[in-house]
Every structure is written in structure tokens, then in C-alpha cells.
Design a protein around this ligand. Structure first.
Ligand code: ADP
Length: 625
């Protein structure tokens, strides 16, 4: 007996001991594998002259044997040879999702399994042993793969007339928790096929007993066993929109894209004209666990007249709409097309550009008419839209700028830039913003207080990309963005400015000493009108703000990019007088105060301090006096 690869074994263990209530999805998985296998063979027959098939033979068969507790699923697909059985069923490649599955299964989050294409191994949720007999379309020999679960598997040569695969499950005995015999009941199997696999393009056939009028009688009935096709086979996207129920969309989405939640939005379109296609797109209600990682692959399933050409055609979606799932079916595309040619295909480009416009207008519509829904969407994918603005040197900023939201200090909720600007008073030409880790933290920034007091609305930026987005936008409808923690914030009247300049000039020497005491870590120390109650703050000068410095320095490069910072002291705070007095009377104490004030300003900004012990001792000294 051969051992499973370590990862596969773990997944198997998970499946065998699964507490997952939705065990029935194993059938969907096996049927979908069968359908894929037929797709592959069919596709080959269209592109390779040597592969000849009879279209009528393409089907999936289900068989039930109640007595022996067997459920068989056969297909006339591409089949697997010995190596393929070994490689495809003996190990799993997607270790990332396995890890995730394990971690979350441990948390007893029963929905997790449904999030993934759990695939073939899901059969072990309902079967005590599994047998796979397969013959590859290219080979004479057939092979049998058998396994009772985690211990391992065997592969032996066997007999099989036609190419394709037959999977036989020995269904588990019923237990207190679960009635496994349901999977031997033909009515139940029939309804599971309707529920999960109705759109499968090949007939799913099974012998079913139907009550029919006895021949020659008009009142007597009898049970007749006959083979029937259980699925309607029409792909959902080809059906008339008006005749599709919401549940149908939802169940199609869940089973095709392995989500356990309904989509937030369904976009079903049929386009005729320069290029003709049907598309069925979904905006998920939540970001997949790997969405913001390198593993995530965007793309739409691409069909040509109902035949799957590519599972994830990434050219159909711009990166910033990479969260959209769905299928596109166009008769205008050649089947023989290769990936490379596809990229240059004019039809495909047209479709992609139409799809992008459609997604954008749907999002705009949602923002306008279903605000709650949009905010839900934004919570999951807003970051992606922001990346979209910032990436490619801002090439797409105009397309996306009206789709982003920021928290507003006046409205105490998320607003669009348009909303911010439309609430501005006449003559105002600045959009104020402040950055920090959370709304609460930003709200407590000393620099924010005064600006709010003066009646200005401030956008609170709490995501690390936010300020980069603002810097990319530069302005919105002619209004420039200003960080309230920036050097060039300008709220004073001419007289106030003049007065401030005067006292700064008067205290020039004191400030140079402060700067010196701080080893020139700041480029300047000065009095400010920016603060209301707080004694000190830091402001930045030049293109890099303090928040941006944090982002840069969190990146794994050696380069240190630092903001140019100014230490500002509140001119109307008692500390100002105290400093002046100490400067004249007690230089040593003056230096200590300077250090403490600077550390406070750094802490408020969320910056670390180099000498925490020294500062702590200084404060303690003061406290104990
Ligand atoms: P997935 O379908 O997500 O790749 P599975 O574990 O369900 O994962 O299947 C692993 C692989 O085994 C498939 O990718 C396919 O190559 C092969 N396979 C599974 N079922 C069949 C089948 N009925 N016919 C041919 N190949 C199959």
C-alpha cells in the first residue's frame, strides 16, 4: 500500500472526521470533476484531429445499489492513467488552502469546507472506502485506485472497456449524528443533482422509478424503472433572465465559486452587436481568505458557445475589479485559440472593456441607491479600489475616484469625495485630511482639534494606502488636499500669522537650543497656533508625511525614508511660558523638558522613542518633586 503525501493525509483526516453538516456537497464535487473531465476530452476532440468522439456518448451516470451501500459515478471523460491517478488523487497541491482549512476547522467553523473546492477527497465525508477505475483516452490499459482513507491507497491494473472514470463509494453506516443512507435514496440524489448540478452541460443520467399508468389500463398504476436525465443542462447564463430565481443564481454562484455565502450582487447581461456575448458576474459578499495575497488569481471563466476554454481568463478583468467572479460566453471566439493569441484577440478586448464599464456602472448604481450594501462591499474590497487608484502611476484614478469612501469628521460616517466637496462652503478650496491607525486615534490627534473647531470637515484616513491614494489624486474638482499635520496648513489670518512670526523670531535662540538638545532630529522647533489644548505636536514638511514614513519603513527594504519633521509648541499653552522661564533660569531643566515634550509628540504620532528609559526616569523625577 502506498502512503498519501503528508498534506493529503491531513486533508483526508479532516474529511473523514468532518463535523461539516453539508456533507452532501461531495456529489457536486464528483459530478463537477466528471464534467471537467468530459470538457477536457471534448475540447481535445475539437482541436486535435486524432481524437475522435461520439458526442452522444458524453454523459455522467449515477448508479445506486442500496443493498451493498454503493453509489457509483461514471463519466466518459478524458480518464486518468496510472501516473495521473497517483498524482491527482495521491496528493494535493493547494497546500495553502489546506492550512487554512485546518486552522479554521479547529475553530469549529463548520462553514469553512464550503469555501473551497474540496474536490475528490470530500467523498470520504460519506464513504468508508472509495474505488476509482479509470482509463485514459490515450491508453489501452485501465487502472484501479482504492483507498479506505488515511492509511493509504493501492493502484492495480484492471479491465475497463471504454475510456473515462468510474468512482464507486461505499457509503458509511448510519450513525446517531448522520443518516448516510440518504445518499442511497434516488429521490434524494435526484434533488441534490437539481440543486447543485443542474447547469452541468452533459446529461447526468440515473435509473429512477416512476409511477405510471399500466399499459392498456386507465386507472391502474405501476412502478417503472427507467433511465432519466436529471439536469436541465442549460447553463444558467444562457437562460432568460426573467425566468431565473434568485436562489438559482445563488446556488450556481456558491457551487461554482466555492463560496458559502450568497453573492452581494448578480450582474447578468446579454450583449448583441459588434461582439456578442453573455456574461454572468457576481460581486462576492466577502473577500476570499487569500484575496489580498499573491495566491489569489483573478479572472472570469471563458466559454465559447458553452465550451469551457479557460477557467480564469485574467484578461477579462482589470486588477482593480479582480474580486468579481463569473463566466463569459461568446460565440465569436475561436475554440482553437491559445492563451497567447487570446491576449491579443480584438473580440476579447472589446468584451473586457464592456465588462469593466458594466461593473463600474453597477457599483455606481449601488453607491447611489443601495448605500448600505455598497458600504458592505467597500469594507471588503475598498482597499482594492484604492490600490487601483494608486497603481500604474495613477493611470486609472479618474475611473475610480468616485467609488472610494473616507470617514468624515463632520458627518461621522463614510463619505465620497463628491459629498465632501458638495458640503464645502463657498470659497473653500481645501480638502482636509488626517491620518492614523483608527478613527478614534485620528480624532484624538492634537492637530485635528483646532481644524475641527474652526468648522472644517476632515477626512480620517486609517488605511496605510490612504495617503498614497490622496497624493496620487493630487486634487479633486479643483480642491487641493491638505494633511492637517503638514507644515503648510494655513488657517490663520494675516494678523495672526504676523504675530506668530514675531514671537518665533523673538524666541529664535531658545528654539535653536531645543533643536540642538534633540540632536537635530527635527529640522525646526517653533510656536504654533495649530493646537488648542495640547502642548506639542509634530508636523511634516515636504512630500513625505509621518504616516507615509511609517509605511515606507514597514517595507522590507534597507532604505530608510524619513519625513522631515518640525516640533511645534502650543503658544497659548502654559508650557510655553514655562519653557521661556526655564530657558533663562535653568538650562539643565530646560533640556529635560525639551526631551520629554519631544517624546510626547512622538508618542502621539505613534512613533517610537529611542531612549524610553531615559524619558521614563526624567518623568519620574518630575513626578516625585
Ligand atoms: P480539483 O478538481 O479542484 O483539481 P480534485 O481533488 O477534485 O481537485 O481532483 C484532482 C484532480 O484529479 C483533478 O484536477 C483532475 O485532474 C483529476 N480528476 C478528478 N476526477 C476526475 C475524473 N472524473 N476524470 C478525470 N480526472 C479526474
Amino acid at each position: 500500500m502506498k502512503q498519501f503525501k503528508a498534506e493529503s493525509k491531513r486533508l483526508l483526516d479532516l474529511m473523514i472526521n468532518s463535523i461539516y453538516t453539508n456533507k452532501e456537497i461531495f456529489l457536486r464535487e464528483l459530478i463537477s470533476n466528471a464534467s471537467d473531465a468530459i470538457d477536457k476530452l471534448y475540447y481535445r476532440s475539437l482541436t486535435d484531429k486524432d481524437v475522435k468522439i461520439n458526442k452522444k456518448d458524453l454523459c455522467i451516470k449515477l448508479e445506486l445499489d442500496k443493498e451493498n451501500r454503493l453509489l457509483k459515478i461514471s463519466d466518459t471523460g478524458i480518464g486518468m492513467n496510472k501516473d495521473e491517478l497517483e498524482n491527482n488523487l495521491g496528493m494535493i497541491a493547494k497546500s495553502g488552502s489546506l492550512k487554512f482549512k485546518e486552522e479554521n476547522e479547529a475553530k469549529k467553523d463548520v462553514n469553512i469546507i464550503g469555501q473551497f473546492g474540496v474536490g475528490f477527497y470530500s467523498s470520504f465525508m460519506v464513504a468508508e472506502s472509495v474505488e476509482v477505475v479509470s482509463k485514459s483516452y490515450k491508453e489501452e490499459k485501465a487502472y484501479k485506485w482504492t483507498s479506505k482513507g488515511a492509511e493509504g491507497y493501492n493502484i492495480t491494473e484492471c479491465e475497463k472497456d471504454d475510456y473515462g472514470t468510474t468512482i464507486t463509494l461505499k457509503i458509511k453506516e448510519d450513525s446517531d449524528e448522520y443518516n448516510y443512507s440518504d445518499f442511497l435514496d434516488s429521490y434524494n440524489i435526484e434533488s441534490l443533482v437539481k440543486k447543485y448540478s443542474d447547469y452541468v452541460r452533459y446529461p447526468i443520467k440515473m435509473n429512477v422509478t416512476r409511477r405510471e399508468l399500466k399499459k392498456g389500463s386507465d386507472s391502474e398504476y405501476e412502478d417503472v424503472l427507467k433511465e432519466e436525465t436529471l439536469n436541465s443542462m442549460i447553463p444558467l447564463w444562457k437562460k432568460d433572465k426573467k425566468k431565473i430565481k434568485e436562489e438559482e443564481y445563488n446556488s450556481f454562484y456558491q457551487s461554482k465559486f466555492y463560496d458559502y455565502q450568497d453573492p452581494l450582487k448578480v450582474i447578468h447581461t446579454s450583449v448583441e452587436g459588434m461582439t456578442s456575448y453573455k456574461s454572468l458576474l457576481f460581486i462576492p459578499a466577502h473577500a476570499p481568505y487569500d484575496y489580498y495575497s499573491k495566491e489569489y488569481e483573478k479572472g472570469l471563466a471563458l466559454y465559447s458557445n458553452g465550451v469551457l476554454i479557460m477557467d480564469k481568463c485574467s484578461d477579462l478583468l482589470p486588477d482593480y475589479f479582480g474580486f468579481v467572479k463569473g463566466v463569459v460566453d461568446s460565440d465569436d471566439l475561436s475554440l482553437n485559440i491559445s492563451r497567447e493569441i487570446l491576449q491579443q484577440d480584438r473580440q476579447l478586448k472589446l468584451i473586457a472593456s464592456n465588462i469593466e464599464k458594466k461593473i463600474k456602472s453597477e457599483l455606481e448604481g449601488m453607491l447611489k441607491n443601495e448605500r448600505d450594501k455598497y458600504e458592505k462591499f467597500y469594507k471588503e474590497f475598498g482597499m482594492q479600489l484604492k490600490f487601483g487608484i494608486y497603481n500604474d502611476y495613477g493611470m486609472h484614478k479618474d475611473e475610480l475616484k468616485d467609488l472610494i469612501l473616507f470617514y468624515s469628521s463632520n458627518d461621522k460616517k463614510l463619505v465620497t469625495l463628491k459629498e465632501y466637496v458638495s458640503n464645502m462652503k463657498e470659497k473653500e478650496d481645501t480638502i482636509y485630511y488626517a491620518c492614523g491607525e483608527t478613527i478614534d486615534k485620528v480624532d484624538m490627534l492634537p492637530q485635528v482639534e483646532k481644524v475641527k473647531d474652526k468648522g472644517y470637515n476632515i477626512l480620517y484616513l486609517t488605511e496605510y494606502v490612504d495617503e498614497f491614494v490622496i497624493k496620487t489624486l493630487i486634487e479633486y474638482e479643483g480642491k487641493k488636499f491638505i494633511n492637517v499635520c503638514e507644515n503648510n496648513l494655513d488657517l490663520d489670518t494675516e494678523e495672526e500669522k504676523e504675530e506668530l512670526n514675531k514671537i518665533n523670531e523673538e524666541n529664535k535662540d531658545m528654539f535653536s537650543l531645543m533643536k540642538e538638545t534633540l540632536n537635530n532630529e527635527v529640522s525646526l522647533v517653533r510656536f504654533t497656533h495649530r493646537l488648542k489644548n495640547h502642548p506639542v505636536c509634530l508636523v511634516s514638511e515636504g512630500p513625505v508625511s509621518i504616516e507615509m514614513q511609517k509605511v515606507f519603513n514597514a517595507m522590507p527594504t534597507d532604505e530608510n525614508i524619513n519625513a522631515k519633521i518640525i516640533l511645534e509648541v502650543n503658544e497659548s499653552h502654559p508650557i510655553a511660558e514655562k519653557l521661556k522661564a526655564l530657558y533663562n533660569e535653568d538650562k539643565e531643566k530646560f533640556n529635560e523638558y525639551t526631551k520629554i515634550l519631544y517624546s510626547q509628540a512622538r508618542l502621539i504620532e505613534g512613533l517610537s522613542i529611542d531612549n524610553p528609559t531615559e524619558i521614563s526616569n526624567l518623568i519620574c523625577d518630575l513626578l516625585s518633586k
